[in-house]
Design a protein around this ligand. Structure first.
Ligand code: DQA
Length: 141
């Protein structure tokens, strides 16, 4: 069975409470449960969330020594600012799919720059909670 690491960045622990008109009303935990149920036995996902840039860098570095088949990452706002997360992603030798729940190109201009995406294999934006499921499925296929 394929093992996929899923990393979520800052404020994604506030899903459900945070700007529901943009991000919907589901919590990260319920999105995780929904995704795991839809994936069934096809993949094993390991979910991690942190609000702290250095912790996310540390988790990515640790993943370089673990046997994940792919990484799905929603870096949250760090996608627009973090050279450190970009550089950590470059260490990994596995496919990386960057996801954003909202359609970032329909939003404020400061969200249009994606530093981390330059280190990702592909990006997906605007598909809401489906993003995680579709990302894992595409990596499996
Ligand atoms: C986000 C988009 C980012 O611009 C924002 O800072 C987030 C969430 C998304 O999933 O749509 O925290 O990554």
């Amino acid at each position: 069975m394929k093992r996929i690491l899923i990393i979520n960045g800052p404020n994604l622990n506030m899903l459900g409470k945070r700007e529901p008109e943009v991000y919907g009303t589901e919590t990260l935990e319920s999105i995780q449960l929904w995704t795991e149920k839809k994936l069934g036995d096809s993949a094993q996902t390991c979910w991690y969330q942190s609000n702290i840039e250095g912790e996310i860098v540390g988790r990515i570095q640790a993943a370089a020594g673990e046997d994940y088949d792919a990484l799905v990452i929603n870096p949250g706002a760090y996608a627009h600012t973090s050279v450190a997360i970009h550089d950590a992603l470059k260490i990994l030798k596995i496919p990386i799919l960057e996801v954003h729940l909202s359609h970032i190109y329909k939003r404020e201009e400061f969200r249009h720059t994606l530093l981390t995406a330059k280190a990702a294999t592909a990006i997906m934006t605007g598909l809401g909670k489906q993003s995680y499921y579709i990302a894992v499925r595409s990596l499996l296929d």
